[in-house]
Design a protein around this ligand. Structure first.
Ligand code: 6R9
Length: 656
């Protein structure tokens, strides 16, 4: 286990604060302790009940789980449903068309309100427009949009047609977009001229143009939302304005039911190799679990709550807890386009007060940033409507947890620390508010219906007090079905380390009560501000620069972002000629931003003469992490040349 994890472990094992559920909260809680008993008594019957009670099926399913060909699961076999109908139309049919679905807040301060009836019209129009461009069941649609209502509308319109969307985060580069479009063989791209970030329009369409110039031959059409009114290049015949093709389309569209296992979406996530993995989610099981977890973990009352999940739709949290979970449950939510400090550092709290937000779901990295800015800033706003807080994306430090509860949660709001992954589709390990006595820093227990364990190197479950790897021991409805186009990689990555069990890639510890404490990744994936980045992917980007001979990247502990990429590079002999007067650090940081996106930019680039390698030629990233974190070096005995580390350290001292 990495030193980062060991450090976290020491901190966490001394954490003794406990927060029992407030009595009034517990008295009315949506979730009850009986849920655990019910699920333990008959797990599959429990899930079948969730599926039937929470969703509308056009055709009921005949079998809850088909696990005859593991690890390929089929949930709710024979069932037919439409995800968009479940997220939109049925709420209108039930008489809730006037309920606000989305209170949207643009970064510059413009706003839009969409009721469920509005959403039904918009999604139907978009579905008709996409169908007219030839999109249908089985197709893939790439989505490259800012946080505007059209992002949710586009996703739902695809679901309505039985086509899978593949949302690519707007911060990713043209090249990252191209490789994702090519892997999924998307036929349509939905984008915008740009979006607002940090007080200025930030262009998106040029990246689509560049991606399609370099490849993406499967793409026939591009639909462009006008948001910022930036100038855009136009390819006649291929490009269409949203306001031309969607606004003129009919508001009537009948949602056809699809098989429970019809692909709903592909979402790419970083793996341990350079090539991102296309995580495939399907319809019935996914929607069941996100609706169930969104209702019970957030104690949702759709008639009165105002829910806000601050994630971007480009990440899985945005898929499951901005789009599918809340909308399946008929919730009212806030959606915000921009950054937390635009135009001022109180923007989030101003939004909470304006809409009377009752449930807030955010990442620890944001919470740590707010802590740094000071509690006076949220203190200037009325946050008394907030009654529940959620955390996701990385382990939350106990101090950040306690601050979040006290400053944002008025010293009463329970915090749900929810552990899950792109691959799991929905929450897996989390307290249930009103039931669980909370421990700051621990995600605590698997949700009712979920089976998890912490195992040692040999795969034996550890007892209370033990540590090892987190595994999931039974299939769950919203599990990934495969890696798009690569069943073998799906098996190898998740099911081969501990046969028959799903290997999550996270280190974990059980405390004396059997509660789970997550300790971070055990592979070469780092977690920067709650976003997963692969060291290999950044290394590949660095070596694609003509001045770089070799590169090694590590995730170094960072107070603000959890981890930050730090790169060690060996320059080529001709580097001076290639770089000219440009500082190598600046040139290479900019290069990574261009290749992958700004979030992957190394915080530091250290030029070295050698990299530490094992005899089998593997770079010893552990030692580089020691250097990046200014720590004494760990064991160097497996290095081919133990002197290398001394050279690196001397070289760096010389550089300062
Ligand atoms: C939802 C999401 C997944 C990885 C996961 C783990 C880390 C997420 C966490 C957490 C500790 C939590 N992670 N939630 N670690 N406590 N509550 O973030 O998905 O982007 O795929 O990342 O994030 O390391 O393996 P994804």
């Amino acid at each position: 286990m990495s030193t980062t994890s060991t450090k976290t472990l020491e901190n966490l094992s001394v954490e003794s604060r406990r927060f029992p559920p407030p009595e009034d909260f517990a008295a009315q809680a949506v979730a009850t302790a009986e849920l655990y008993e019910e699920a333990a008594a008959d797990r599959l019957a429990f899930w079948a009940k969730q599926a039937r009670e929470r969703l509308s099926w056009e055709t009921d399913f005949t079998e809850t789980l088909d696990w005859s060909d593991p690890p390929f699961a089929k949930w709710f076999v024979g069932g037919r449903l439409n995800a968009a109908y479940n997220c939109v139309d049925r709420h209108v049919e039930a008489g809730n068309g006037d309920r606000v679905a989305i209170h949207w807040e643009g970064e510059p301060g413009d706003t839009r309100t969409l009721t469920y009836a509005d959403l039904q019209r918009e999604v139907s129009k978009a579905a008709n427009a996409f169908a007219a461009l030839g999109v249908g069941q089985g197709d893939r649609v790439a989505v490259y949009l800012p946080m505007i209502p059209e992002a949710a509308i586009t996703m739902l319109a695809c679901a309505r047609l039985g086509a899978a969307h593949s949302v690519v985060f707007g911060g990713f580069s043209a090249d990252a977009l191209r490789s994702r479009i090519e892997d999924a063989e998307a036929t349509l791209v939905v984008t915008a001229d740009g979006g607002y970030r940090r007080g200025a329009p930030s262009a998106l369409k040029p990246a689509v143009d560049a991606a399609l110039e370099a490849g993406g031959a499967s793409v026939k059409d591009v639909v462009v939302v006008r948001r910022t009114e930036q100038d855009v290049e136009w390819t006649e015949g291929r490009d269409h304005w949203w306001h031309d093709v969607v606004d003129s389309a009919s508001e009537e569209h009948t949602a056809e039911a699809f098989d429970s296992e019809n692909p709903l979406y592909i979402l790419y996530t970083s793996g341990t190799t350079g090539k991102p993995k296309g995580i495939l989610h399907t319809t019935g099981g996914y929607l069941t679990q996100v609706a169930y977890t969104h209702a019970t973990v957030f104690d949702l009352r759709p008639e009165t709550d105002v829910y806000w999940c601050a994630a971007d739709v480009g990440w899985v949290t945005g898929h499951s807890y901005v789009v599918y979970g809340p909308l399946a449950n008929g919730a009212t939510q806030v959606m915000y386009e921009g950054t937390p400090d635009t135009p001022h550092k109180g923007r989030w709290w101003e939004i909470c007060a304006k809409y009377g937000v009752t449930i807030l779901y955010a990442a620890p990295t944001a919470i740590r940033t707010f802590m740094k800015w000071g509690e006076e800033i949220p203190g200037e706003h009325d946050l008394s409507s907030i009654r529940l807080l959620g955390s996701v994306g990385e382990p939350i430090n106990p101090e950040a947890w306690v601050w979040y509860r006290r400053v944002i949660g008025g010293d009463t709001a329970p915090i749900v620390d929810t552990w899950w992954q792109t691959e799991t589709g929905g929450m897996m390990i989390s307290p249930l508010p009103g039931v669980t006595t909370l421990k700051p820093g621990s995600a605590q227990v698997p949700l009712p219906g979920i089976s998890a364990a912490v195992v040692d190197d040999e795969g034996n479950p550890v007892g209370p007090g033990g540590g090892g790897y987190l595994v999931l021991t039974e299939p769950w409805p919203s599990m990934l079905r495969t890696i798009w186009g690569d069943d073998q990689r799906f098996k190898d990555t998740y099911w081969s380390r501990f046969p028959g069990r799903y290997f999550a890639g996270d280190g974990a510890k059980l405390d004396e009560d059997g509660d789970v404490w997550l300790l971070g990744r055990v592979d070469d994936v780092m977690n920067v501000s709650g976003h997963r980045l692969s060291t290999t992917e950044i290394e590949s980007a660095l070596v694609s620069h003509p001045a770089v001979a070799e590169a090694a990247v590590v995730g170094a502990t960072d107070d603000m972002t959890g981890q930050a990429p730090v790169a060690f590079v060996i320059l080529r002999g001709n580097a001076d000629a290639v770089l000219g007067d440009t500082d190598p650090q600046e040139a290479l940081r900019a290069h990574v931003a261009k290749e992958i996106g700004a979030i992957a930019k190394p915080k530091r680039v250290l030029v070295v003469q050698e990299l530490p390698k094992t005899r089998s030629g593997k770079i010893m990233r552990r030692l580089l992490r020691d250097v990046a974190e200014n720590r004494e070096l760990g064991d160097v005995t497996t290095l081919t040349d133990a002197g290398v580390m001394g050279l690196i350290q001397d070289g760096l001292k010389g550089a300062k």
